[in-house]
Design a protein around this ligand. Structure first.
Ligand code: ZN
Length: 418
């Protein structure tokens, strides 16, 4: 299937074409992938096109009546074309999403503009872009009430707040620019996974500092919680980026690997919380002030994971939830609501346990907080750079991450499709 850049169809139509629409002709002016079927514009698109044509025709008549001729481009309004699932390459297709796909070789400007047009990615973009501003606002409020520069007790929270602003912003950008090319799509989601992985590191840093049960403070796990989390972030980013390679040929395997890549650090980060909730509930170490927020967070985290793995509801009714209500949008919403409750729980633990923690354990150190974040960022960028370089420059099919069954790389699959 050829993927050459094609311009969006013009809405300027001749009388015959317009009457074809009105006489029940279901096919408008078409963009056709080589060898692919003709496109069928949506009802809304047809209405916009027809009114644009009528306006253009009236303008043309008025100008002809005055003996002037307008350049053809002035009578032409170009609208971004959306595509159905069979019109885009396999790598762009989503389970249960039938329509609303953007051009697979959109320009960066088209991608930005598409966030204001209803496509199957629009709600994905906004459900993480708006929460970014909410978390930034909360961060600014905390900056005015806490001394992040001089009080080392607040550094774990500083790292956490930076990362809960970063991950939805990166995700929003990834969804915005993922239709520039197949390679760009993979790299956008590599960065998205990296930001999520760093968020899990931020959770570990902040849980290690504020959420650890009293009886585990200064234990081996407490001392090594952050270094293990740095290692986890490498495993998480590596596995999640790898999971994109076998995605087309082995979608279930890819899904299992990707889900496992994020569930594993989540479970590790929450070990102290699970202990507080399950084994010392009611004792002094449970610190009930924060527990309801922690429970809400866990509930939304479970929902997030379920939606990510299940592809519900669009799996039950393919095409019904293309624009609004599909699982990825719900996944985004549950993730940010869960993060909100997690932030409230961390703030509650941080303030209510400050005296006890300061008296019974060492204050958080710069290397264990900001330093760990810096190391995490560098290592994640290195992994993402490695996967991106493999994707862009490896000889055909010679990608190393898939030796067992000689799984073709995304790049090779793209070439096979051509
Ligand atoms: Zn997403």
């Amino acid at each position: 299937m050829s993927l050459g850049r094609q311009t969006a169809p013009s809405v300027q139509m001749g009388l015959g074409q317009r009457s074809a629409f009105r006489q029940g002709g279901r096919r408008g002016p078409c963009v056709r992938w080589e060898g692919g079927p003709a496109c069928r514009p949506s009802l809304g698109e047809r209405q916009v096109r027809c009114s644009a044509c009528q306006a253009g025709a009236r303008l043309g008549q008025a100008c002809r009546g005055r003996g002037r001729r307008l350049p053809p481009d002035m009578l032409t309004i170009k609208l971004p074309q959306l595509f159905d699932i069979h019109q885009v390459p396999r790598v762009f297709r989503e389970d249960g999403i039938i329509s609303g796909y953007r051009h697979p070789r959109s320009s960066a400007l088209d991608c930005i503009l598409s966030s204001f047009q209803m496509t199957n990615e629009t709600v994905n973009i906004w459900t993480h872009f708006l929460p970014t501003w909410y978390f930034l606002w909360r961060f600014t409020m905390l900056c005015s009430s806490l001394d992040f520069l001089n009080e080392s007790y607040t550094w774990p929270l500083l790292v956490y707040m930076v990362l809960i602003c970063l991950y939805p912003f990166t995700s929003s950008c990834a969804h915005t620019f993922s239709s520039m090319s197949a390679e760009a799509r993979h790299i956008c989601y590599f960065l998205d996974y990296g930001a999520l992985s760093l968020y899990s590191l931020g959770c570990a840093i902040t849980y290690g500092a504020y959420v650890m049960p009293d009886c585990w403070v200064n234990s081996w796990l407490h001392q090594n919680f952050v270094p293990i989390a740095v290692l986890n972030t490498l495993i998480c980013t590596g596995l999640s980026c790898y999971s994109r390679f076998p995605e087309l040929d082995f979608p279930h395997w890819s899904k299992v690997v990707r889900t496992g890549a994020f569930v594993y650090p989540f479970l590790f980060d929450n070990i102290p919380l699970f202990y507080r909730l399950l084994l010392c509930l009611g004792d002094s170490c449970s610190h009930t002030e924060a527990l309801s927020s922690h429970c809400h967070h866990l509930l939304f985290a479970f929902l997030t994971c379920f939606l990510f793995a299940s592809h519900l509801p669009e799996r039950l009714a393919p095409g019904r939830f293309d624009y609004i209500g599909h699982s990825h949008q719900l996944f985004h919403i549950c993730a940010v609501v869960g993060t909100h409750f997690q932030m409230e729980a961390v703030l509650a633990d941080m303030s209510s346990r400050r005296g006890w923690l300061s008296a019974h354990s060492a204050l958080p150190s710069f290397p264990g907080t900001v330093g760990a974040l810096g190391v995490g960022i560098l290592l994640n960028l290195a992994i993402i750079g490695l996967f991106s370089a493999t994707l862009l420059w490896a000889p055909n099919g010679a990608l190393s991450p898939c030796p067992p069954n000689h799984v073709p790389s995304p790049r090779r699959l793209e070439q096979k499709e051509k």
